[in-house]
Design a protein around this ligand. Structure first.
Ligand SMILES: [Zn+2]
Length: 80
């Protein structure tokens, strides 16, 4: 897979705590894999997450999914 490929993370349904899922394989994206994009100037996303699935490793853009949440909830989702 081309490293430049960016998938769009989706918000998992029916979860009490907001959960992001990989736009490529559907795996849950760990909060620890979510980061603010500061080091990839060629990537348009602001909040990114690496998929931790062994055979995926896609980079997901979380902006869209998080923008559908209340801001404070979104911030909690990306905290830590
Ligand atoms: Zn994935």
């Amino acid at each position: 897979m081309n490293k430049a490929d960016i998938f769009t993370a989706r918000l998992a349904d029916r979860s009490v705590i907001p959960m992001l899922t990989c736009g490529h394989c559907g795996s849950m994206l760990s909060k620890t894999r979510v980061f603010v994009n500061k080091t990839k100037p060629g990537v348009s996303g602001h909040i990114l997450a690496y998929c931790s699935a062994d055979d995926c490793c896609a980079i997901n853009c979380c902006d869209e999914a998080l923008s559908s949440l209340e801001n404070d909830v979104a911030q909690q989702a990306i905290a830590s």
